[in-house]
Design a protein around this ligand. Structure first.
Ligand code: NAP
Length: 244
């Protein structure tokens, strides 16, 4: 039986590259998205060209009912879940004094609560299987903080605490839980930054340039594979040396 990976936010950016890296290696994949149906369908079609099973699971990771429905669908249609990549994420950048409670809570709801809910319902299945690997997308700013991102940085720091706690809880059931902390990666999320900001950010990166989505996807694939079987509870940076 093929292994199954469920990737949230698989329609674009890092999530899309992650879905494709699993499909290319023979995993059956479940691709979650929120609103980008057309791009999610294109990712699905590319996966099918690798002769694996692939399904779309539309839903909001911040809503418990959506999460329950999506996880049940994946189990019914693909039979099991070996890997969960919690990649969905949003930003609502503003200086704190201009940030509304809604701006703060929207980001916490998707990035942190969404990760918690997905871990909760998927780990029930992994516990029965007595195996699994969960990869949570944090960020360097969850470690370093960042001006204009107190909501986002709090959510990503929370993801690190969640990851370490779950790694301890789930290790006896042979489920590993790790976090990935990307730096600045070329995706829709960073396309909104001006060229001037991108240039000044690049100067703070020892390797001198922004990363690509595939740099993160390859790490997620490694953390799901048997090659990382003795790694759990870790936060691994993919940031060109930005935060050491
Ligand atoms: P992106 O291009 O903006 O894509 C975000 C993805 O998340 C999309 O697939 C989107 O679905 C999905 N999504 C958003 N809200 C959702 C919700 N409520 N429920 C389900 N899915 C939802 O982002 P990215 O740059 O690839 O980032 C991916 C992850 O890496 C995020 O967690 C981000 O915080 C983290 N990260 C990114 C960077 C970077 O520089 N890019 C750096 C550090 C960390 P739709 O397409 O359907 O809207």
């Amino acid at each position: 039986m093929s292994k199954v990976a469920l990737i949230t936010g698989g329609s674009r950016g890092i999530g899309k590259e992650t879905v494709l890296s699993f499909a290319k290696e023979g995993y059956d994949v479940a691709i979650n998205y929120l609103g980008s149906e057309e791009s999610a369908q294109a990712v699905l079609d590319e996966c099918l060209s690798y002769q694996v099973k692939a399904i779309l699971v539309q839903g909001n990771v911040a809503l418990e009912e959506d999460v329950k429905r999506m996880v049940t669908t994946v189990q019914e249609e693909l039979g099991r879940i070996d890997v969960l990549v919690n990649n969905s994420g949003i930003t609502r950048d503003k200086l704190m004094l201009k940030m509304s409670e809604q701006d703060f809570m929207d980001v916490i709801d998707v990035n942190l609560k969404g990760t918690f809910l997905m871990c909760k319902y998927v780990s029930k299945i992994m516990m029965k299987q007595r195996s699994g690997s969960i990869i949570n997308m944090s960020s360097v700013v969850g470690v370093s903080g960042n001006i204009g991102q107190c909501n986002y940085a709090s959510s990503k720091a929370g993801v690190i605490g969640l990851t370490k706690s779950l790694a301890r809880e789930l290790a006896p059931r042979h489920i590993r839980v790790n976090a990935v902390a990307p730096g600045f990666i070329e995706t829709d999320m960073t396309h909104v930054l001006s060229e001037q900001v991108k240039e000044s950010v690049s100067k703070t990166i020892p390797l001198g340039h922004m990363g690509e989505a595939c740099d993160v996807a390859k790490l997620a694939y490694f953390l799901a594979s048997e090659d990382s079987k003795y790694i759990t509870g870790q936060v691994i940076h993919v940031d060109g040396g930005m935060v050491m």
